[in-house]
Design a protein. Sequence first.
Length: 491
Amino acid sequence: MTKKVRVRFAPSPTGYLHVGGARTALFNWLFARQQGGTYILRMEDTDEARNTDEARRTIFQGLHWLGLDPDEGPEQGGPCAPYSQSERQAIYARCIEELKAKGGVYPCFCTKERLSQLRAEQERTRQTFRYDRHCRSLTAAEIERRIAGGEAPTWRLKVPPGETVLVDLVRGRIVVGHDDVEDIILVRADGTPIYNLAVVIDDHTMGVTHVLRGEDHLTNCFKQIILFKAFGWDVPEYGHLPLILAPAGEGKLSKRKHKEAALDHYIDIGYHVEALINWLALIGWSYDDKTEIMTRAELTERFTIARVGSGGARLNLDKLLHMSGEYIRKTPLETVLAETTPRLVKAGYVSNPPTAEEAVKIRALVRAEHERLKAYGEIVGMAKWAFERDLVIEPEAQKNLRKHPGSSDMLRAYADTLTDPLPSISELEAQGRAFAAARGIGFGQFVHPVRAALTGRTQGPPLFDCLTILGPAEATRRLRHGATLASAPSA
């Protein structure tokens, strides 16, 4: 590569950050980092009716959470500022005049009524709607007369004869004849540019060398290449990434239909961010046929556009959950606590901020559940039993309470052995085994009703961790309550 790589991620702030957009940002970030290049964020915010400040913040926050902060952008600034299209009107106006002078566009005076009639006629004859170049042959004198008379034209792309060849970095060689490319409007009657023109101007003036974006932009690409050539500018290299498909075989992942389309969905569930990065990289790209778990550094080293597939890539949420669990298990306890504690606060289980006593309980709980956590948000469901004052005992756990005739007496007797403070977990286990042996019962006959009384469940953290999580007073209360339930007649 003779030029220093410059890539861009260019979202529109009209809603949440789409997970497909996050993947596009990641691929651009990986390519820039690998090539020692620059990764730019550009806000395509010319749609005033749909843009919102909240959506803008969501994009910034989402990229920051992913660790994909740009080298240049609206927040960071840079040599090509401004990085929001809404602030680049002076640049567009200058370039539009240059394009007019070079004959790359022509004025169109067609009214909405004429265009509507044209559309209706083409629909009647089952043609694809396309402007018929009615104004392309107007003479300079006619154009001057009509503008002097107060008519404000739009300006259309003057597609030359011939063809455009795109050697796409993902899809290979694609040829489009110019008979199939419409003379689209590029400049509105008020002088503001349409998307395709603004993008070309931005990519040129920001020195973008490679455009990696979703395949839904492929149809625009040929018009944009024609525009680059009309200006006499170098054309970037293009790579159109495969669409992301919905997880349940429902076609394209849609903002309207699928909650999995929003990056916030993944943040709320609490997937490990590095697992999400790893997983996103594997949606449409692979290093080889077997390697899946890769650090960010390994992804940066190994990423190549050549291994991006051209077919649609389906979301595999089971894989993400598995990968997130792998990452969380390797995460230090203090970091897991920092991720889970706010979720317990939000659920109303503990104070904000937690008291010293609550903090001890949270630490014991998270330490016990660390190995089982696959997403940080799971802690809320896992922790419910530990914070319920009126414990709900599940039906299967109730069966364990009543399975053996002596369970009621056993639970009361075991409650009487607990001391304040409790000994270590290993000592509690040794005492529990000795207690069961002294009563002449198997360890399972001891464990199952005790777990049912303490947690209301048949599964959960190791039994003696549960005692430590609850503390001696609460554990004693629950064991005695369990004893009462065990001796009560079945409903």
